[in-house]
Design a protein around this ligand. Sequence first.
Ligand code: PLP
Ligand code: COI
Length: 353
Amino acid sequence: MKIKITKTTTPGTMPSEDQLGFGKVFTDHMFIMDYEAGKGWYDPRIVPFGRISLHPASTVLHYGAEIFEGLKAYRREDGGVQLFRPMENIKRMNNSAERMSLPAIDEQDMLEILETFVKTEEKWVPRSFGTSLYLRPFTFGNDESLGVHAVKSATFMLIASPSGSYYAEGINPVKIMIESEDVRTVRGGTGYAKCGGNYAASTRAGEKAMKKGYSQVLWLDGVERKYIEEVGAMNVMFKIGGEIVTPKLTGSILPGITRKSCIEVLKSKGYTVSERLLSLDELVEAMKSGTLEEAWGCGTAAVVSPIGQLAVGEDEYEINDGKIGAVTQELYDVLTGIQWGKIEDPFGWVYKL
Ligand code: PLP
Ligand code: COI
């Protein structure tokens, strides 16, 4: 793939690394390429970061034809830069594309795009532990017509945002409430795809939870409203006695790369991990009897996020005295250790640039 690079004439400067936040600052450039049915992807280019122009009838604006990914470039202690399991994001993006009738991208081309782009933006990969360059690839349908059908034109872009440590003030376990009204997605729907509409549809519940003093919601399945699915925009895991349980991928859950990595780390350390249905009733029973020892969310942004309190209707349950548990801490240390190159990677997950 021949990527044309046009450098900006007005390069920006990195803000102080302790003030980065998440997704607010963008790098000097962005990657774009276009797609036409019959022609395929064409004109791959890196250009100065800036606004884009869309036809008002563009499919994405009306019918939500959009998919995205989220991964990070990490600065190692030796100054080099690495990605974490980028092929997993690339494969998931193509699965999302298939679900949303958007064009897939050749896996090797996508890897080359990520690599070339991160190398172009190298100065924007921050240096402190916990900080990273968040990469956001996305594809959207861009037909200039209001007809409802699989798109014939699409645009793929990659933007990047230097992001701060998720835990600038240390890991604080969060308060979560069960959402009993809205569901995130349903089986047969788009839950396993990373498409924009899933997030638009789930913000109402998140806002409601925040008004009540909680950080996020714990989603139940959309068919029976009985089984645990995810927490906010993260996968979720529980330590119940000697078993670590995470909801199995039934189609309505996003197959998280952090989830997959947690499972592999835990199994390598000898823990029993079950991917199975977990009902709210079983979870409440475990909280009442004291067998629920730890609960945490997992995702790229936060790595792991301990759940310190869970509200089920009017009943509030404290988990592990509201503190981060040993397994949650161990996962955090191993995953961040590998991602930031502080410890050896026995799994072959890092992709050095
Ligand atoms: N679930 C949802 C709905 C998400 O948006 C994300 C974030 O990407 C995850 C789970 C975690 O996935 P990953 O670990 O691949 O970031
Ligand atoms: C995650 O990385 O865990 C996320 O949920 C990403 C989010 C900004 C969509």
